[in-house]
Each structure stands twice: as structure tokens, then as C-alpha cells.
Design a protein around this ligand. Structure first.
Ligand code: HEM
Length: 189
């Protein structure tokens, strides 16, 4: 991007905007999934044991999908414009209407995921919408899945005594950004 700014193909402001976007899209999301996912597992020791004690990488991969669904960390509504009339749930959305899509509501729909308010790492949750939907769904989802499979499959084995070093009600939850997360996660081992 610096080269393109020097070549006059991109303004400095565009490069800064793109850099911030990639930092949020590529770093904040995965970092948040690691801290929040760890918090959920530490608070649900029987679920943590399933992830930690299994030799089967498919169990970890399934846990990643369930935590993506359960946490749905992108909680800003995604904006779309209908390109044609569509009927959903008895309501017609007209071509040209603006839509705000709430991924969290879709991922907690009890018809799609029975008992959706419970985390269950054995649930087949892969058809969640945590990475969005359609042509603009998350470009980095394969990388994000890989990173989370490595972390969840390694961290709790390497540090089996990992525990929270604060009460959950002392933690500061941050809803101000693109993703929802914890400002910090104090742990001990
Ligand atoms: C757990 C991690 C992640 C989550 C939950 C996540 C979630 C999302 C969501 C919900 C969207 C909007 C999709 C839509 O509009 O339908 C998105 C877009 C995007 N994400 Fe991610 N993301 C993650 C990790 C990453 C990583 C690691 C990268 C890059 C290295 C990345 C790059 C992008 C980009 C470039 C877009 C815009 C795609 C477009 O508009 O065409 N994301 N992500």
C-alpha cells in the first residue's frame, strides 16, 4: 500500500483507512474470539474438558464453529440493499429497501439451533452466520478458523491449570467497537 501511495495510485487517507480496516478485520476479531472463547470454556469446565481431552481434531473444529455461533462477536448490523422484491416470514421487502442484518439473532434462532442460548461444543453449528452471508461474507474466514483451531487445540493442553484471575462480574465488556469482547482477561495458572 505504501508503494501505491508513492506511485500516486492511492491517497494516504485511503491507505490509512484500509490499514485500520485490515487491523480490525484481521486481528481484533480473532483476538476477541480467543479471549471470549477462553472465558466461555473456563466458565463451562465440562465443555472445556471435551475440547482439551480429545485427540480428535474434528472435536476442536466443531468447538470453534459452536463458539463462533454462540459468541457472534460481530454485533454491528450488516447493511444490505435488496436488489429485488423478496418475501420472508410473510413480509415483503421491496427492491431498493435497506436492510440491517443482525447476525447474533440468526445465530441464536432456536428453530435453527435448539437450545441456542447454551454453549454445546458437540453441536454441529457450522451453518452459523458469524462470518456473514453472501458474496461479501468474511474474506479471512479460513484463516480465522485455522488460527482458532490451533489456539483452542493447544492452549488448554499446554496450560491445563489455566483459570480466571478475576470474577466474571469484575470483567469489563466492550460493546463500543465492531466486535463485542472483553477489554482484558486476567488469568493465572
Ligand atoms: C473470528 C474471526 C472473524 C470473524 C468473526 C469475522 C467476521 C466477519 C463478518 C461478519 C464480516 C462481514 C461479512 C458480510 O458483510 O456478510 C467480515 C468481513 C470481512 N472480513 Fe472477517 N471475520 C474474522 C476474521 C477475519 C480475518 C482473520 C480477516 C483477514 C485476515 C478478515 C477479513 C475480512 C474482510 C476483508 C472482510 C470484508 C469482506 C467484503 O466486504 O467483501 N476477517 N468478517
Amino acid at each position: 500500500m505504501a508503494g501505491r501511495v508513492d506511485a500516486g495510485e492511492m491517497s494516504r487517507a485511503e491507505a490509512v483507512h484500509m490499514g485500520v480496516a485490515m487491523l480490525i478485520a484481521g486481528h481484533e476479531t480473532t483476538a476477541t474470539m480467543i479471549s471470549l472463547g477462553t472465558l466461555v470454556l473456563l466458565e463451562n469446565p465440562e465443555q472445556l474438558a471435551l475440547v482439551r481431552d480429545s485427540e480428535d481434531p474434528k472435536i476442536v473444529a466443531r468447538a470453534v464453529e459452536e463458539l463462533l455461533r454462540y459468541l457472534s462477536i460481530v454485533q454491528v448490523g450488516l447493511r444490505r440493499v435488496a436488489t429485488e422484491d423478496i418475501e420472508i416470514g410473510g413480509r415483503v421487502i421491496r427492491a431498493g429497501d435497506g436492510l440491517i442484518v443482525d447476525l447474533h439473532a440468526a445465530n441464536w434462532d432456536p428453530e435453527a439451533f435448539p437450545g441456542s442460548d447454551r454453549v454445546d461444543v458437540t453441536r454441529p453449528a457450522r451453518r452459523h452466520n458469524a462470518f456473514g452471508y453472501g458474496p461479501h461474507q468474511c474474506l479471512g474466514q479460513s484463516l480465522a478458523r485455522l488460527e482458532l483451531q490451533v489456539v483452542y487445540g493447544t492452549l488448554y493442553r499446554r496450560i491445563p491449570t489455566l483459570r480466571l484471575a478475576a470474577q466474571v462480574d469484575e470483567l469489563e465488556f466492550d460493546h463500543s467497537g465492531t466486535t463485542y469482547g472483553v477489554a482484558s482477561l486476567p488469568v493465572a495458572w
